[in-house]
Design a protein around this ligand. Sequence first.
Ligand code: 5AD
Ligand code: SF4
Length: 397
Amino acid sequence: MKQLPTVTTEQLSAQRTVIARIAARNLLLGEQLAYVDTYGCQQNEADSEHLRAMLSGMGYVLTEDETAANVIVINTCAVREHAEQRVLGNVGHLVHSAKAGRRIVLCGCMAQKPDTREVILRSYRQVDLMFGPHELWRFPELLERSLNAPDGTKIIEARDIDGEQVEGLPALRSKGERAWLSIMYGCNNFCSYCIVPYVRGRERSRSKAAITAEYESLAAEGYSEVMLLGQNVNSYPEFPGLLRTLAAIDRRVKLSFRTSHPKDAGTELFRAMADSPNVDTLLHLPVQAGNDRVLSAMNRKYTSAEYIAKIRQAREIVPGIRFSTDIIVGFPGETDAEFEDTLRLVEAVRYEKLFTFIYSPRKGTPAAELPDNASRAEKQIRFDKLIALQKSIAATL
Ligand code: 5AD
Ligand code: SF4
């Protein structure tokens, strides 16, 4: 894995200075409220915990009431068009509650996607500050710039970089049972339909020491469940070893991880699961499709037979293992016959849970350039068939 530049402790401490400056200003202003809205994956949820910690350090009181907030942060997802539409609908609503001095911040994956950024600039003028995932640690500096600028000024920051190594950002976790713990960022797989590698950059892993220390403190704080996060946790160097080490720290903590790429999941991982009684036996192993031509066009790097062999192997090694998966219906060029292979695979594996999506073209990805003959209605019929099949399987589990 290529070593990416590290954000230095000096750079982070400069951000803390900004946090203190905003806190002093807010003290004079009286109670200032901030609202953070999160779309998309667990990685985004974890990023929002960092945003909340920074806002709270700045003296903002976190609120659930968007209309009352002085700072509204919308942490967005670009993985499918539907997610983008939901965000834009929400931003659209905010026009009606304009107030002086308020700042609307749109961050996350949509801000890193050039075509989406254009749409927001053109049609959603109420957004004051936009920044991509690489700028998360610079949020204090960017917000201060926006606060210092006259109302109506637009600030946009989305460096086109591979990513940086950041350690030591504070997190304000919700007080529930479960905590997220990021172990790596970015993705190098470039599945042909997926925008993630373009907006979240190249893979970079946190050090084992930093992860272990954070895990220990989460266990000490009393979280009963920790979920390790990464776009593809299996490409973390020696992931099975990490899993064993963390699981042994406190057997009372239930440990799970997301997401695994089937090409990198193997016997070492299954053995680590089997040997660690507190690792969740529900394995999320996204298959995406059951047809080999489609899998190859998706650049998934496994065949359906190889995938099923892995499932069989996991069942042999890990007692009580269950599976969940992601499936894309209607990838460009997928025929009805090819889709039937997905149904057959679902029948063979018998998943506990399916996350199903109709293919959504993402500008900038190779799949978005492929010819697509199936209509939306045809894709919907396939989608409904898949849901019906899963319902009948789930009823027998
Ligand atoms: N269209 C539909 N679904 C997608 N996913 C990723 N990109 C797309 C897309 N362009 C799905 C995949 C992935 C999940 C997080 O989202 O199934 O595993
Ligand atoms: Fe997207 Fe594939 Fe990376 Fe998952 S592994 S984030 S689907 S490119």
